[in-house]
Design a binder for this molecule. Sequence first.
Ligand code: AMP
Length: 385
Amino acid sequence: MIPPGATIGILGGGQLGRMMAIAARRLGYGIVGLDPQADGPLGQVVNRMIAADYGDLSAVRELASLSAVVTLEFENVPAESLSAIAEMVNVAPRPQVLATTRHRVREKSFLRDHGFPVTTFGAARNLGELRAVLDAVGYPAIIKTCEFGYDGKGQVRVDAPDEVASAWEKLGTNDAIVEAVVPFLSEASVICTRAADGRGSTFPVFENEHRHHILDITRMPARLDERLRRRARDMALAITDALGVVGTLAVELFVVPSASNGPSLLVNELAPRPHNSGHVTIDACRTDQFEQHIRAICGLPLGSTDPLHGGGAMANLLGDCWQQGEPDWAATLGSDPGLKLHLYGKASPAPGRKMGHLNLAGMDPETCAKTLIQARDRLCPKATP
Ligand code: AMP
């Protein structure tokens, strides 16, 4: 057990690192962070920040030497840096988990080989392989770079054979996954936290609505029947066990129509860290995803994930809201006294950039979502028609 008062190292200086750090500080831990940008979202709330590239081995060793455990807010940390840290101190998630989840073909193969349902897929390293895989997978398909993709970046959809060559050129990779397009009814996610002794917990299932490939609204719980929600939580826990995660694993799911017995689930993607869809838990659950993660990696008992008021919703705030000038915070907060504003302290609000989010807890997630959308419209009336 790593007792409160010890120092936790965080690799990556964005909003996930910041919210992990805030939860950890509430529990009495100290924080040392590492990111090339020292004054970003994490840098504003740490005890100490090391400004360095993730590949700078002497800097990551310094982080490890100051930390009782190191955790990560993103997956693309160079393998040598992870090994250097792991030689000195525990890393959560373990490097083996990251090796699987950071690469789309390895991740989907792991899921398929362990019996979890995924869409039809194949690997392509050149145009010839791509054409062969597409013959097997069929059209329409989505081609994605295996590494470094997020929020729809590094993805191209192909609907017909004559689009294949230009799609490959556009992606500009020699390591891709080809996936059959899933005709999903909705998208959901489950966030699991697994303690070192193997005990696991899940939050209620989240329903996620995307806009331009970026998460826009999360409803908790998802509007699915109890059977499917149970299945989603059981499946996510089974994946967390199979990977041997200590800490957090977010499992992104597609809800798909099936001929018999109502809708079913396919796994889309895994992220071995707290996840944007879980931000609603900060104000709507007894223990939030960030605190639960910190408890798990420090060997503290996990907390209750029960909703405080039955459910809730979250709306992301993108940099687009700032394009007409400073957002009208008073109008937004004044629209509902239960509404909670979270801003990440980012200096430049570029369009599409995640700047913060709004949360609202309540019995009916749909009513919460509607209230949040109206509140967000007041914040940036011209940017969100
Ligand atoms: P990803 O980066 O894989 O999570 O993809 C981002 C978003 O693209 C997902 O949340 C879906 O909305 C969409 N998407 C990704 N893969 C597929 C697929 N195979 N079929 C349909 N939609 C997809």
